[in-house]
Design a protein around this ligand. Sequence first.
Ligand SMILES: Nc1ncnc2c1ncn2[C@@H]1O[C@H](COP(=O)(O)OP(=O)(O)OP(=O)(O)O)[C@@H](O)[C@H]1O
Ligand SMILES: O=P(O)(O)OC[C@H]1O[C@H](OP(=O)(O)OP(=O)(O)O)[C@H](O)[C@@H]1O
Ligand SMILES: O=C(O)c1cccnc1
Length: 483
Amino acid sequence: MNSKNENLAMLCDFYEFTMGNGYLKNNLHNKNVYFDVFFRNIPDDGGFAIAAGLQQVIEYIEDLHFNEEDIEYFRSKNLFSDDFIDYLKNFHFTGDIYAVPEGTCIFPREPIMTIKAPAIEAQILETFVLLALNHQSLIATKANRIVRAAQGRAVLEFGSRRAQGADGAVKGARAAYIGGCAGTACTLTDELYGVPAGGTMAHAWVQMFDSEYEAFKAYCEIYPHNAVLLVDTYNTLKSGVPNAIRVFKEMLVPQGITNFAIRLDSGDISYLSKQARKMLDDAGLTTCKIVASNALDEHLIRDLIMQGAQVDTFGVGERMITSKSAPVFGGVYKLVAVEDEQGNIIPKIKLSENTAKITNPHFKKVYRLYDNETGKAIADEICLHDEVIDNTKPHVIFDPMATWKQKTLTNFTVRELQVPIFKNGKRVYDSPSIDKIRDYCKREVNSLWDEVKRFENPHRYYVDLSQKLWDIKKELCVANSMK
Ligand SMILES: Nc1ncnc2c1ncn2[C@@H]1O[C@H](COP(=O)(O)OP(=O)(O)OP(=O)(O)O)[C@@H](O)[C@H]1O
Ligand SMILES: O=P(O)(O)OC[C@H]1O[C@H](OP(=O)(O)OP(=O)(O)O)[C@H](O)[C@@H]1O
Ligand SMILES: O=C(O)c1cccnc1
């Protein structure tokens, strides 16, 4: 499921192979094509999303090959030509890929990945590329909302047991960490990706002993430095908290240990946490932290904080790992250009009755423009691949949906968002460590205005087109609408 040497080549929609077979028959297979990955709607009607999943795309592509069993499978279908089957036998990726690094804040309609490759290769990549980017971007985006709602309090990822499948759990926990979670309950995600795993205890531990007091005592004996006692098995305020206080005072305080905690997992978390805080403080255990869990999400956490709940750490499972309130990240994979025999890039467009759904044609680049005074991101500008924005001159940006809405920038910095990942089939990019990705994500989110980050009716961040790209798009719209 996760190792680099697992062959996921067959995790591919069947039509990629029927098209591939057809491209070969029509001698189109070696034609270089350009595909963009982009998305149209931000989950939960948020103001931005977070890119994640690139490392899994890289590992998939580096390992992409069809083994004997796969070749036999294709033969058994009696659908594919011998030439195509021979082609698959020797398949490996030979193209170029550009992508935004994991942890980047991303916005609708801008290319987050661009694939330039011979047609069959580009087509075969589609399913896995979308699957990996869509899933992890969804969870990183959701986790970031939950982490922001917690306003500096730690959020732990607790979702494996309710994730949609093993990959949903493991890659989901990786993405949640990129989005800002402090750690995960998923041991495998720690082993594979270095996301710190940890946890508290289940009700089963407490139930295994003759009394709650004995259960807490036994735990503190083994784990004096990591004691988080679950206090709601019988009666939170009448037995759970008093027993925890007794054990902390009898066993840990005399050893000079102060970093212990209790966990609330049911009932009114606001009321219980305030009462528990008071009881702990009255007992002199002011350093004791309070963890809360139980079907939490960004709205409940925000609400609990508004109610004055005394919670230091939130454990969040099902609603984060499944992104329950918005379970789809609609990233798509669209053909934007082909090369002719001379190597000229011919832009392609897909029209739609819905103007927002008309694709942005051509091989492109995305620039992010930052205001030098505030350091905040002003807008993204999608340009042709060979366009450069000169920040020493005033620069006009305009809304592509309402071109009369213009702004002239004078004091700004430009950053190209996509970086080269593969060149002629060879990887030219090393994924940063997971902690570096997480730090980068934090800086990225800090570079956005608060208005873009609010949960309700966020300000729409501008994603503009360069004049040259806009002109080409308009021309293609007119030309293609006559077809
Ligand atoms: N003060 C609060 N304000 C708003 N929501 C809360 C508050 N306290 C708890 N909640 C949430 O209300 C929901 C209550 O869920 P539920 O009825 O399943 O829990 P419970 O009955 O307390 O516990 P359980 O059934 O797990 O023993 C949870 O999502 C919980 O996080
Ligand atoms: O509610 P979530 O956000 O998904 O957080 C994870 C939940 O998983 C555990 O409970 P579970 O119901 O599995 O078992 P328990 O009876 O031991 O609490 C834990 O106690 C949390 O309540
Ligand atoms: O460590 C915990 O407290 C934990 C882990 C997974 C799910 N619920 C709780």
